[in-house]
Design a protein around this ligand. Structure first.
Ligand code: PBG
Length: 350
């Protein structure tokens, strides 16, 4: 009988027959895995994966109005630009390396083609400039996609109910340039159009932004777990239909490797799998196959699910949070975008 670790089971275990009534027979075991688990110091010594604040990217919602709670994400608020700067300062103090910005665009500014995405003075750009001025040493990541700006809530341009690919990519390149101009460090295309990473890389390079990084939403699945996020950015009521013609089908796994291959060839510096916990298999395959800096997004629905149970007293929030985030590391993630970021960072400091 083959066994990968240690000696074969037969030679390792010799069961001594029980004597007397109900007496447990002592097992003659050479290997007892519980030895390494007995004390806290020993557990720490043999631990294979450890979560640190360096693993965290903190997603934040920016709005034009005053600070307001996102109902479906307890503990998460839409922030005014001044609040975002303060939270960025807090993130820097907590040694969180990077924050990600998502806008709640005034409904009056949304239109068919998402033109507000190209306004150099839009919310995201204002927030980036304010953060870069006051908190220069934190990384700022911006999503590239049109959904916070379109009246139909889709990530791209729509014609006769179809999301156009190449036409959308041309707009996304402009959006990326507007964000890079504002001072964004990492451009993160989340739209899933074909060819967008290469086009954005070329656009950035031609405009002199050759050091701006790209984190591609590489394996982004059409998922029910984005619901609360769409509440937060105000696209859940406007979204017509679903995103299955461009986001990945959740039945697929090999296809994620093809996506990764393309994004890497097109110049992505970092790649991402999204959602998180239900897709750890995809994360592990991508990391194993490509060895790229690979990130996971613990999305809004995962956060909402945990928080709902925590609020009911059904789960220990701190423990569940650390366990899920460590699971990402174990599966191969180099970091995680998570709404728990400030809470984890505060916990890890204790
Ligand atoms: C926009 C975008 C989405 C998320 C990140 N960027 C939503 C979507 O694709 O519909 C989801 C993040 C989350 O749920 O936390 N393209």
């Amino acid at each position: 009988m083959a066994i990968k670790y240690g000696r074969p089971i037969e030679s390792r275990v010799r069961v001594v027959p029980a004597e007397g009534r109900g007496e447990a027979a002592p097992l003659d075991l050479a290997t007892r895995l519980r030895r390494n688990r007995r004390t806290e110091w020993a557990r720490r010594m043999v631990r294979e994966n450890v979560l640190t604040t360096d693993d965290l990217i903190w997603p934040m919602f920016v709005s034009g109005g005053r600070r307001s709670p996102v109902e479906s994400m307890p503990g998460v608020d839409r922030l005014a630009v001044e609040d975002v700067v303060r939270e960025a300062e807090r993130a820097a103090k907590l040694a969180i390396p990077c924050i990600a910005l998502f806008p709640y665009t005034d409904p009056g500014l949304r239109d068919e083609s998402g033109t507000e995405a190209l306004n150099p003075d839009n919310l995201v750009c204002r927030a980036v400039r304010a953060i870069k001025k006051d908190v220069p040493n934190i990384g700022v990541l911006c999503d590239v996609a049109l959904d916070p700006y379109t009246s139909h809530g889709h990530d791209g341009l729509m014609r006769d109910g179809t999301i156009l690919n190449d036409e959308t990519v041309a707009v996304l390149v402009k959006q990326a340039l507007v964000q890079a101009e504002a001072g964004c460090d990492i451009i993160a295309p989340s739209d899933m159009m074909d060819g967008r990473v290469g086009a954005i890389r070329k656009g950035l390079d031609n405009a002199g932004f050759k050091d701006v990084q790209i984190m591609a939403y590489t394996a982004k699945y059409a998922s029910a777990f984005y619901g609360p996020f769409r509440d937060a950015v105000g696209s859940s009521t406007t979204l017509t239909g679903d995103k299955r013609t461009y986001q990945m089908d959740f039945g697929n796994s090999d296809e994620a490797l093809r996506e990764a291959e393309l994004d890497i060839a097109e110049g992505a510096d970092m790649i991402m799998v999204k959602p998180g916990l239900p897709y750890l298999d995809i994360l592990a395959r991508i990391k194993d196959n490509f060895g790229m800096p690979t990130f996971a997004y613990q999305v809004s629905g995962e956060y909402a699910m945990l928080m709902a149970a925590v609020q009911n007293g059904w789960l220990d929030g701190d423990k569940a949070m650390i366990e899920t985030l460590t699971a990402f590391k174990r599966a191969g993630a180099d970091g995680v975008l998570t709404y728990f970021a400030p809470r984890v960072a505060e916990n890890l400091r204790k």
